[in-house]
Design a protein around this ligand. Sequence first.
Ligand code: BES
Ligand code: MN
Ligand code: MN
Length: 469
Amino acid sequence: MNSQHEKQTDLPQLAQLTAFIDQNWDNLVDSLREWLSIPSISSQPEHGADVRTAADWAQEYLKKIGFPQCSIIETAGHPLISGFWKMNESAPTLLIYGHYDVQPTDPLDEWQTPPFSPDIRDGKMYCRGASDDKGQVFLVLAALQAWAKVQGAPPLNIRVLLEGEEEAGGEAISLYVREHGDELAADSVLICDTAMISPTQPSLITGLRGILYTELAMNGARHDLHSGSYGGVAPNPLHGLCLLLTRLKGEDGRINIPELQAAIHPPDAEEKRFWDEDPLKIAAELAREMGVTELVGENEFAPLERLGVRPTLEIHGILGGYTGAGAKTVIPASATAKLSMRLPAGLSPQTVFSWLEKAVYRACPAGYTVKLHNLHSGDGVAVSKENSAIQAASRALRTVYGVDPIFMREGGSIPIAALFTSTLNAPVVLMGFGLPDDNIHAPNENLSLEQLRKGMKTVAAFFGYLARG
Ligand code: BES
Ligand code: MN
Ligand code: MN
């Protein structure tokens, strides 16, 4: 059976849905450009008004494509956007989640074009938020728009919940979901906020790691000191910090938190085999894409296991001492470090925080004091493959990409995904259309236009398959 024929018999509306996307392509891309131009950086207070503008834009777009109900929900932080499009009582309900906030743009001089001036080159849309996550939210909205054009409404009940502080570790959405869980009742959840392995190999995500983000403050003397008059006897918190950090995680990449090591469950044999064999050579591709000659870390575990389920401890920034022009001979009185951990699903970040705190005290060299602050955290999630929503997603990917998706873990975190699973008791479908070289969180973030277009078509097909059950 040729694939065109299969497509037509498979889902009667598919040809029209695809035609809508192809025929309106330029308009769709223009709309996305508009949204991307709004610098909705959630972690920077000076962009508060921009985050609001991006929320308003999304609400307007929901209205424009036909959502009968949609509203902006005020929170203590950035607003949520909620929409409901009811088809009929007996149809299943899908909750769509995404985030309209973006990461900061630094280092600015490494961008080839300004971060909020969407620029198309080499078949990619370059802009902060293009892949993470405005572009991917937009492709879902475009799929709804296609259904609205083709048959007046989506083929199932649709709820939308978008947040504006995912990148900042904001709590507004989890408070909202905890309080309003019953109003959010859904049979499944769709999140397009991850990446595929390659443009020819779609994947569905079976698990995300949790995250714990902390700040460590170290103090030495009461005030800054002359490094000649005091050097040799004075504690230097920058050096103390280096000692402490290497005691927490040494050259072998192993994290020295015994409680944590003891709490990790051995992986499932089939998954372990996939990690060990790495048949798609994902690790080598990652090394190439990063531009490194060697992968580092716990080399007794396969790279894919290290990426998917092993805990990590990363230093994101160290602040202290003199970093201005020229030289200044100072021994600083204090230093801080931003530290985060990724955690396998099932481990509570709160519990791990208390373990990390103890480990930090243990590792603190004599002569210094330390304090660890918990900035934010999010639970990991493991997704079951045995449900009709995942099957509908696989089928949609196969229809558009021509091959079956593979199931894979993703090392990144989407804090709300775990709460959806537990509060709504609904399976979460993590079907992303990003690619490994999208440069999310980095300069020159981009989204492949081919992925954008296929994403729209895949999600449109997904709605159709899901509606049929
Ligand atoms: N979309 C990402 C999660 C992700 C990362 C998916 C990499 C696929 C590949 C999400 O926006 C994100 O960046 N999450 C943060 C969460 C944190 C700020 C609480 C993360 O993983 O660092
Ligand atoms: Mn994201
Ligand atoms: Mn992100």
